[in-house]
Design a protein around this ligand. Structure first.
Ligand SMILES: Cc1cc2nc3c(=O)[nH]c(=O)nc-3n(C[C@H](O)[C@H](O)[C@H](O)COP(=O)(O)O)c2cc1C
Ligand code: SF4
Length: 232
């Protein structure tokens, strides 16, 4: 704004010379120059003020994030996510026909391949929507990753791998990916699973949340008697 090129200045000067006349032109030019200078300074001041308030907003946001990290404010947390791959695993953010199941497999394979091609043996973890052994084992067998992570399934049933290794896979409590647990976490409440946090609440040995409404540890599952031969 208020920037004139040489050609424009020459045209304006020519018109002014004709309209105002050679005697008055220097005085008028000085006044116009003075006014333009004032306008430029005003615009620069406004710009600086706008920049300062934007910086101030950024600083305020950063301050909130640091404070939240140090002492999370209930229901007002600045909640960081690990970008697209994180959102894709969370049905409340991205809900499409593919669902949250195993959608990080392809990008993880590409990352692992690149690491191997560069000559490194760094172990690579893949997670996101893993809820059965078939998927986990196929990822390891196919070279998608070296370690499989399962967050929600392990919360839904902390003993799921033990049950499978004992041949009791039918008893595994399967995660429904509702994200009830993650919503509790966002509110800085103790994380539990909706599949079991109301079961046997009144039993004497049940460890409960401070409001007494949810159990904090998954219920036991019946151990089958082990015979002398070692078979179940
Ligand atoms: C209780 C809970 C809390 C989580 N908190 C975060 C978080 O703070 N930041 C983040 O990027 N992902 C968070 N996640 C997402 C996990 O890191 C992971 O991406 C997601 O659970 C996918 O793995 P899963 O399908 O095995 O659960 C959270 C998940 C759960 C269940
Ligand atoms: S609360 Fe829902 S999403 Fe979380 S572990 Fe339990 S079933 Fe899965």
């Amino acid at each position: 704004m208020f920037d004139f090129g040489v050609t424009k200045m020459a045209i304006v000067g020519g018109i002014a010379l004709i309209v105002i006349g050679p005697e008055k032109l220097p005085r008028v030019a000085r006044t116009v120059g003075h006014l333009i200078g004032k306008a430029q300074r005003y615009v620069a001041d406004v710009k600086a003020e706008v920049n300062r308030s934007i910086e101030l907003e950024d600083l305020k946001k950063m301050k909130t994030e640091f404070e939240d990290a140090a002492r999370p404010a209930v229901n007002a947390a600045a909640y960081p996510y690990t970008g697209q791959s994180g959102y894709e695993c969370m049905p409340q953010f991205i809900s499409d026909a593919r669902g949250p199941f195993g959608r990080n497999a392809a990008p993880t394979r590409a990352i692992r391949d690149a690491i191997r091609e560069a000559g490194f043996r760094t172990p690579v973890v893949c997670t996101g929507g893993v809820h059965n052994f078939k998927m986990a084992e196929s990822w390891l067998a196919d070279g998608i990753c070296d370690i499989v992570g399962a967050a929600r399934q392990s919360l839904a049933d902390p003993d799921w791998s033990l049950k499978i290794s004992l041949g009791r896979g039918a008893e595994v409590r399967t995660c429904e990916f509702t994200n009830y647990c993650e919503a509790l976490d966002q509110k800085h409440k103790m994380v539990t699973c909706q599949l079991w946090d109301r079961l046997d609440l009144d039993a004497a040995d049940t460890l409960r949340s401070p409001d007494g409404k949810r159990r904090l540890v998954a219920p036991d599952w019946p151990a089958k008697p082990i015979t002398r031969s070692g078979s179940e």
